[in-house]
Design a protein around this ligand. Structure first.
Ligand SMILES: [Zn+2]
Length: 468
């Protein structure tokens, strides 16, 4: 069982840091003595731990205690640095909005999602995202302290991070910026899901991975040599638009017989009914599969074969070590994935067959939003070759007024400067000048994440084969 733990995010982070951060999150600013008493670490260990956290910008020194402490210096208090900030990920899928939030030092605070009718207007979708985020974070949404908002949308983007060159998304980034306050980056939502699966999920640690999502749309993402590939015009990963049937149905993209026209949820349900199957939705199809309905099983065998042949062709071109299949259709399990495996086995070059693993995705529907978080943080090695967003205009310098107690409700002064987004691998934002507010109340407890399902690995070939 793979747990979604912060350690996966930052493998080298120590438990001591977690303990200290957890205390600061729960109690607000504490001095070293209070921290030592509560976490039970030795002075030396606590000193080292705090030094690392201060150097990383995760913790800052807050206003010293007002009350004089005898002849000594006032006790320096330490607090989480809101400018090191929370980041948000939002996935605007075709029929649902998913959100994920990350706190200081990148621990996932929580995730949420809600389905909606297809074609919901953008302002309503953004409002839904805002409601979901507030449900997760409440007063912990530090608008001005957000390091960024990574947003997944359906379809390729022509390279502009604000969607300004893509008519369908024009204004979406600006609307999101108004609502959430941080820099907003748009990218393809399925590629963001691939990023998340490669960061925390079924392909974590694999340098070469191919991700396919079978949902209301069909898309994917490519990780090659440890980096996420975006491609010219942001087209990389549009696996759903590989043609599989020249005499097939017209596709939304303008093509004919694309994989999406046979392997999306709607396409599979339409084909099921056309063959005499009885079921209007995915649960009905799932029930039919579990009941060993021959129409459903025969259909999934064919669709799986088409998917597997596309994956084999891509595998031969890209050379992944692991192929991850996600989306709601992947939850149908072996009746779909075994035919995928067989076709992949038949089509992959022999040298890769016995090494290529086929896995179910691990992160569920929220993967795209989690990938948005990773994009917003921008510091993943997977993004090291990703184009840097265009620099934003420098803000007018703001005075750094002393924080008033009222500011503490939101975790920081409302007008504290925001850590500006650097380029990839750039320096972390410095603690905001003038930030020294005491956080007056215990924080909300962290939203526990559900355990992830185990990761079934379906080896493509169980026997060694000679290379061609
Ligand atoms: Zn297409």
């Amino acid at each position: 069982m793979r747990q979604f733990t912060p350690e996966v995010v930052l493998p080298a982070r120590r438990g001591h840091e977690q303990a200290v951060l957890g205390l600061l999150r729960a109690y607000g600013p504490l001095n070293r003595g209070e921290l030592s008493r509560r976490c039970g670490l030795s002075r030396t260990t606590l000193h080292d731990t705090l030094s690392g956290l201060l150097a990383a910008g995760a913790v800052v020194t807050a206003t010293p205690d007002e009350a004089p402490r005898g002849r000594g210096r006032p006790a320096e208090r330490l607090a989480l640095n809101p400018a090191a900030g929370q980041a948000l990920g939002i996935d605007f899928s075709r029929r649902a909005v998913y959100v994920a939030a990350v706190g200081v030092t990148y621990e996932i605070v929580g995730t949420a999602g809600e389905a909606h009718a297809p074609g919901l207007p953008w302002p309503d979708r953004v409002a839904l995202a805002e409601r979901l985020v507030r449900g997760l974070l409440g007063g912990g949404l530090w608008r001005r302290a957000l390091k960024g908002v990574g947003v997944g949308v359906v379809g390729p983007l022509t390279g502009a991070w604000d969607g300004s060159r893509d008519g369908a998304f024009s204004g979406v980034a600006a609307l999101l910026g108004e609502r959430f306050g941080g820099p907003v980056l748009l990218d393809n939502n399925t590629r963001l899901a691939a990023l998340a699966e490669s960061t925390w999920g079924a392909a974590a640690g694999d340098q070469d991975a191919l991700y396919l999502r079978l949902s209301y749309g069909v898309g994917g993402g490519v990780v090659a040599g440890g980096v996420l590939h975006r491609g010219a015009d942001g087209v990389s990963g549009e696996i759903g638009h590989v043609p599989v049937d020249p005499a097939g149905r017209p596709c939304e993209c303008g093509g004919t017989g694309c994989l999406e026209t046979v392997a999306s949820i709607r396409a599979v349900l339409d084909a099921y009914r056309a063959r005499g199957g009885r079921g209007d939705d995915l649960p009905a199809l799932k029930a039919a599969v579990e009941a060993r309905d021959p129409i459903a099983l025969g259909l999934l065998s064919e669709v799986g074969g088409q998917i597997g042949r596309v994956l084999a062709a891509l595998s031969n071109a890209i050379g992944p070590r692991v192929i991850v299949v996600g989306g709601e259709l992947a939850e149908l399990g072996a009746p779909l994935l075994e035919p995928v495996r067989k076709a992949l086995d038949a089509g992959a070059v022999p040298i890769s067959r016995h090494r290529l693993a086929l896995r179910r995705a691990a992160l569920g529907g929220v993967a795209g939003a989690l990938g948005g978080v990773a994009l917003a943080l921008g510091e993943s090695p997977l993004l090291s070759r990703y184009p840097a967003p265009e620099p934003e205009p420098e803000p007018e310098p703001e005075p750094g007024p002393a924080a008033s107690p009222a500011d503490s409700r939101a975790g920081g002064p409302a007008d504290s400067p925001v850590g500006r987004r650097g380029g990839r691998g750039g320096p972390s934002p410095r603690p905001a000048a003038g930030w020294g507010v005491a956080q007056a109340r215990p924080r909300r407890p962290l939203t526990p994440l559900p355990s992830l399902p185990s990761l079934p690995t379906l080896p493509v070939s169980r026997g060694r084969r000679a290379a061609s």
